[in-house]
Design a binder for this molecule. Structure first.
Ligand SMILES: [Zn+2]
Length: 666
């Protein structure tokens, strides 16, 4: 554990501009620096770095954070890794919270782990050399040629894509058929059999002493972690050297067992090679197999990764999320691939990833498809990817739906209702519902122009059917479920999706305008405080800030609270700028992040002046809002002829007018 004092020292001493400048060319602009964003593709700079705050923000992709976040995102490091990296940069010696004994133990453990990486590295080299030199490796080359991948100096590899770079990047190798080739090599290198066994390269013989190779006559893919270290191997079955036939009994892939350096559910095949492309494109492509990854990579589609012989896990989703917010699932078109797609929805949600689904016509796997149709066709299939909910709804309301009987239709409609209701974000829900409407029109039930009508049509025909066969009580229940939305969320989404009926439309236009204006002014005032947080300690400014309402008022209160906390800890603005941001109301986040990275006012007086003039505007808007209420009330009493009430209102009106006048003088 790095001590909290060390972390605090790093926060204090590290200069974010220096850190960012290592990867981004920055130029000064006002109080901040700007450059081309390293997290998305752009031609004009929208990446802002604020040296005073130690904060960065991109107006394009909205990435933001401290020097820690920058290093973590740009280099895919964990927090402790980023801390070590920054400490080195700032010349800070890392203090660990540990006793001398604990430290010695930790060092010994680290050495043991380093040994495991070193042995895997030796093995990777050996497998690579076998692919080049071993006579039986020609069967491996033939398999690569069958996949349309060729390398220079390999005869018989035909007219495939020149894949030297990809084969090297993925460290393709060959495990020869003998029993102890690798075992002997490792012994020669002075590697202890215990260590090699621990990472599953060799296994002790069951009869008698000695060990044997775990991978035999297989095409070898190195599994590489995000720091470029070989953590394991994945070996693909090859046709028998004698018979030329693939042994059906033998598993298609054998992977390294889990070890202290390899957990399959937390590792993604190809992530190391794909990480820059994933960050640049803001998106990863997830395929099922190792060969898909290598094959797409060799053809220039380089943001591709695959889970390692397991279902896609939440830990893997989080790993992708370190590099990009979006993943496109490109699973095989078979039943297993469809099931994996359905299950990935929850996985992506848990990992904070937006999931899309791309479909390859003809139910092919990506490797088959790209060989047959080329990279451009695959790229356009990726571009046509739909949101995962939309994809799943379309899969339910497909031709099978049209062909199905009324009970099957009811079950499928209910499935769609549940899918839509399970979406938490109301905006997404509304979008998905209107998408379901589109599909409902297409599926071709008479009169089903929207999903609601489709549901009704199905419920009606089910009711007809059950009248004909009244014993079918259970399906009636299903029909009822299908006919009424299963949650209040859904009905909310439906209402929102219909223009002109939402609650926002109850507000008169002038009120909406005045409200927008007040929000805008509130933001401007909040911006002044973000530019100069010490305005919160200014008595006059404090008075002006009392005019704020809504989210801006909440934000100022939260900032003041954070500032108090920060002052106690001897810091200017709370312990961590992201923590400060997290305290602000959601609708303000983007505005506040932008303003913290790129302040508008250079001088405190300017900020203060804008604060006051805006407070005055808010006060006036508040008065005219009251005036409008009074006028409305006057109209009402005029109609009823209540002169006493009219008199009271007029007097109230005058009092407010005087207050407004006094305000103008003040
Ligand atoms: Zn950006």
């Amino acid at each position: 554990m790095i001590s909290p004092e060390t972390i605090a020292a790093i926060r204090d001493r590290v200069e974010i501009v220096a850190i960012v400048s290592e990867t981004v060319k920055l130029t000064r602009k006002g109080r901040s620096y700007v450059g081309l964003c390293p997290f998305h593709k752009e031609k004009t700079p929208s990446f802002n770095v604020n040296a005073e705050r130690g904060f960065f923000y991109c107006f394009g992709c909205k990435e933001k954070g401290t020097a820690f976040d920058f290093v973590m995102k740009a280099e895919g490091l964990t927090f402790p890794e980023a801390a070590r990296r920054l400490a080195e940069h700032a010349g800070i010696t890392i203090e660990e919270t540990a006793t001398a004994v604990e430290r010695r133990e930790a060092e010994a453990a680290k050495r043991a782990i380093d040994d495991l990486y070193a042995v895997n590295q030796l093995a990777a080299h050996w497998f690579e050399r076998q692919l080049r030199e071993h006579p039986a490796a020609k069967i491996g080359w033939a398999e690569l040629a069958r996949r349309g991948l060729s390398a220079s100096g390999q005869e018989g590899s035909g007219d495939g894509v020149r894949a030297d770079d990809a084969l090297q990047a993925f460290r393709l190798g060959y495990a020869p058929p003998g029993w102890d080739g690798l075992t002997q090599f490792l012994v020669q290198q002075g590697v202890s059999p215990v260590t090699a066994t621990k990472i599953g390269l060799i296994a002790p013989r069951k009869s008698g002493p000695g060990s044997y190779d775990w991978f035999r006559h297989r095409l070898m893919f190195a599994i590489i972690d995000t720091q470029g270290r070989v953590v394991g191997f994945s070996g693909r079955v090859l046709p028998d050297p004698e018979t030329g036939v693939v042994d059906k009994q033998s598993p298609k892939y054998i992977n390294s067992p889990e070890s202290p350096i390899y957990q399959k559910g937390q590792t993604l095949f190809g992530l190391y090679q794909a990480r820059h492309a994933i960050r640049q494109q803001g998106e990863a492509v997830m395929v099922e197999g190792n060969f898909d990854v290598v094959s797409l990579h060799a053809r220039g589609i380089t943001n591709v990764v695959a889970p390692l012989g397991t279902a896609f896990t939440a830990a893997q989703a989080k790993l992708v999320r370190r590099y990009a917010p979006v993943v496109t699932l490109l699973f095989d078109g078979d039943a297993a691939g469809k099931k994996a797609t359905r299950e990935a929805r929850e996985t992506c949600r848990a990992g904070g990833l937006v999931a899309k689904v791309a479909v390859l016509p003809g139910a092919k796997d990506p490797d088959d498809f790209v060989r047959e149709h080329g990279a451009a066709a695959l790229t356009s299939a990726l571009r046509a990817a739909k949101g995962i909910l939309e994809h799943l709804i379309e899969a339910i309301l497909d031709e099978g739906f049209v062909r199905g009987d009324v009970h099957e239709r009811a079950a499928r409609v209910r499935e769609v209702v549940q899918l839509i209701a399970s979406e938490e974000d109301p905006t997404v829900r509304a979008m998905v519902l209107s998408y379901a409407d589109g599909i409902a029109q297409r599926v071709g039930l008479p009169g089903a122009a929207s999903f609601r009508l489709l549901r009704e049509a199905v419920a009606r025909s089910l009711a007809d059917a059950s009248q004909r066969s009244p014993r079918d009580r259970q399906s009636e229940g299903a029909a009822a479920d299908a006919a009424v939305p299963t949650s209040s969320h859904l009905s909310g989404a439906e209402r929102d999706a219909t223009p002109g009926s939402g609650p926002a439309n109850d507000i008169a236009p002038w009120r909406a305008r005045s409200r927008d204006r007040r929000v805008e002014i509130g933001h401007a005032m909040l911006g002044c405080v973000l530019d100069f947080p010490d305005l919160l300690n200014d008595v006059d400014a404090d008075e002006a800030l009392r005019e704020l309402e809504g989210d801006a008022a909440l934000a100022v209160a939260a900032l003041a609270a954070q500032q108090k906390k920060g002052q106690k800890a001897g810091q200017k603005f709370g312990p961590d700028i992201l923590e400060v941001l997290a305290q602000l109301p959601m609708p303000i986040h983007t505005f506040a992040a932008q303003r913290m990275a790129a302040p508008v006012h250079e001088l405190r007086e300017d900020a203060k002046r804008e604060l006051f003039s805006n407070a005055l505007k808010l006060k006036r808007l508040g008065l005219s809002r009251q005036k409008a209420h009074v006028v409305e009330a006057l109209h009402r009493v005029e109609r009823t002829g209540d002169s006493a009430a009219e008199d009271t209102l007029l007097r109230e009106w005058n009092r407010r007018a005087r207050e407004k006048h006094g305000l103008k003088e003040g």
